[in-house]
Design a protein around this ligand. Structure first.
Ligand code: CP
Ligand code: NVA
Length: 329
């Protein structure tokens, strides 16, 4: 049966079948090729989209805006609104649904994107919540396909190292389970994935042949990995003791030694970005002055031939465009 995603929200990959995810990846490739050929996009002409951000963003906001413009849509970046301050989520959603063809939301609770979708009556796209980041995973999987073209995603071993219960870890886990991949969450037990979420994911993994694991053992996890993925050690909105977090995660930093342990000379290094890989940012500098090394990856590996982080960042544009085109055009 042909895939048709018109009218659907994109809140989590858990809502999508493997065929639907593959369809979005193929559409992303087609739209990327079309842009490279200089062909003007018209798929979103006369469409209006609104972007709501309750957390900071560079890539997600810019990818949504440029992708929309490239296909002819009009964009509102909503700031200083009444949303959830002077007006309930339900009322704002109903109003926005009258003006817009699609709504992007980035914030804290997953419940907010779910309710926006429920009350607005138009497709809602999750631009990151505390527990998920599905548009990022599409970009990451497209990058894996491009960089390892001889292997289908179902043959890929992807290791996520670090805070294994953050939004990126869960988002990748959902995607990996759907596409039959071997996914290993690596990190200290204190930051291991929620057993209930793991259980749910395992149920799906049984159907697709995916292998979804958690371990705190670096050597076992990274052996023969195709890609090592990491993310910041403290996510937006978390109120934690940085010294304690850094101490817990220090053994899970991506270093040359970890890359060597994979025994795969062509292993990829992946990151959703933004990243602390040196001490050039105010935050990392401030931490360093307090004796805390917050880097989740060394600068050496971040800049090495293994690193595909800027390809992932570029692919945010093509994959977000595919999500919008598939759901509202
Ligand atoms: N990867 C990602 O979501 O980046 P931004 O926080 O800059 O949007
Ligand atoms: N885990 C990170 C991802 C940023 C794209 C955060 O939520 O801050």
């Amino acid at each position: 049966m042909a895939v048709n995603l018109k009218g659907r929200s994109f809140l989590t990959l858990n809502d999508f079948t493997p065929e639907e995810i593959q369809y979005l990846l193929q559409l992303s490739k087609d739209l990327k090729a079309k842009k490279r050929m200089g062909i003007k996009g018209t798929a979103l002409e006369r469409k209006n989209i609104v972007l709501l951000f309750d957390k900071s963003s560079t890539r997600t906001r810019c990818a949504f805006e440029t992708a929309a413009y490239e296909e002819g849509a009009n964009v509102t970046y909503l700031t200083n609104s009444q949303f959830q301050v002077k007006e309930s989520l339900e009322d704002s959603a109903k109003v926005l649904g009258r003006y817009y063809d699609g709504i992007e939301y980035r914030g804290f609770k997953q419940e907010v994107v779910e309710k926006l979708a429920q009350f607005s009556g138009v497709p809602v796209w999750n631009g990151l919540t505390d527990v998920d980041h599905p548009t990022q995973v599409l970009a990451d999987f497209l990058t894996l396909q491009e960089k390892i073209p001889h292997k289908p995603l179902s043959n890929i071993k992807l290791v996520f190292t670090g805070d294994s219960r953050n939004n990126m870890a869960y988002a990748l886990m959902y995607g990996a389970a759907k596409l039959g991949m071997h996914f290993v969450a690596l990190g200290p037990e204190e930051l291991s994935p929620d057993p209930e979420i793991m259980d749910n994911i395992q149920k799906y993994a049984e159907k697709t042949g995916a292998k979804i694991e958690y371990t705190d053992n670096v050597d076992i996890a990274v052996n023969k990995a195709d890609a090592i993925y990491t993310d910041v050690w403290v996510s937006m909105g978390e109120d934690v003791d940085y010294a304690e977090r850094a101490k817990l995660l220090e053994p899970y930093r991506v270093t040359a030694k970890m890359i060597q342990k994979t025994q795969n000379d062509n292993v990829l290094f992946m990151h959703c970005l933004p990243s602390y890989h040196d001490f050039e940012t105010e935050n990392a500098k401030k931490m360093k002055d307090q004796g805390i090394d917050i880097r989740e990856v060394t600068d050496e590996i971040f800049r090495s031939r293994h690193s595909v982080v800027f390809d992932e960042a570029e692919n945010r544009l093509h994959t977000i465009k595919a999500v919008m085109v598939a759901t509202i055009s």
